[in-house]
Design a protein around this ligand. Sequence first.
Ligand SMILES: Cc1ncc(COP(=O)(O)O)c(C=O)c1O
Length: 400
Amino acid sequence: MTTREIIDLEQKYILQTYGRPEFVLEKGDGVHIADTDGKHYLDFVSGLSVNALGYNNSMIQEAANAQLGKLIHVSNLYHTIPAPQLAQLLCEHSFADRVFFCNSGTESIEAALKFARKWGYKNFEDAPKNKIIAMNNSFHGRTYGGISATGQPRYHQGFGPMLPGIEFADLNDLESVEKIADGQTVAVLLEPLQAEGGIHSADPAFLEGVRALCDEMKMLLIFDEIQCGLGRAGSLFCYEQYGVAPDIMTLAKPLAGGLPIGATLVTQDVADAVEPGDHAATFGAHPVSCAVAIEVFKTISDSEFIAGIQEKSAYLFGKLNALKDKHADKVTEIRGSGLIAGAVLKEIPAADAMNAIRENNDILVCVAGPDVVRFLPPLVVEKEHIDQAVNALDEFLNAN
Ligand SMILES: Cc1ncc(COP(=O)(O)O)c(C=O)c1O
């Protein structure tokens, strides 16, 4: 089939929920992807923070093939081998005592919301707590729980009513949380680094304050580390940089190196409120995804791998900040940490930069809101690739 025929087929048969550029990606290797016309792109999107170890990774293929050759799926009616092994790794490297596995980020948020409310009913039987405080400008996925907890009205439009019992405060404004927290509040949900909302990091004092408030008012603290966790922000989990641990944490995107997976990590206190039958997912704890995730997690949790991310991060942010100084009239801020970076443009739509960099430089970057060009390379990116991506933005800014 020609590229045109594939796109025509897509436009005829696929529900049009996405706007895509007119090329078809076919194969990838390392940090590069090739389209059906043989054009190669340097990838600074990583499948939206998923392909942490790049494309055509032999370790991922071997782990997937080995598991496919043994057992593909049996449902959660039965024990399988990879899921508990992965759960052990996740717990041994984090605050958590237990893990619930599902298939995507938004599903892990659904589970977090349900477990928090169950904890609220179980522990406060006389006056059950069920109110959740989420943050304005957040993003937690596209299911009803996910959009209801997402503090961006555009995701709600046309889909109301939202799930009741969710109210919004502002990231880095402790008073705004204190103002709406009351005896009915069961949990505060936030991204330690808001990604889709424009790359905004939480302030240490804010996270410390929210943690103290949660302890004082007997509320759970839920961190959504679906995009910022697992090395992306420069530490295995983003919360480690703050020394503030949550009671529940959601993970997904890179955990299985490109295969679908979601995980909701909880303390034993939260686990004690959840009983068999309370929640389930047919494909959850999928043997192939979990077998691959074990290998991906071993790689990402290695201290040398994390040190490599930090070194490349310093290089990326050094270059981006120099670019900001050079184009002070067009770039107002460089935000982010680790290998998630946003260049905030002034009066130039970020989508224009994204399109120009793809068309002129064969580099894929994405946006985070209307004015932020987002850099999300695979964590195995090299400095020479960082040079190419930043130079491409420089070229765009020179011309615009
Ligand atoms: C912080 C955060 N939470 C939740 C989600 C939803 O994840 P998924 O698309 O896998 O459902 C995303 C996706 O971008 C995200 O960045």
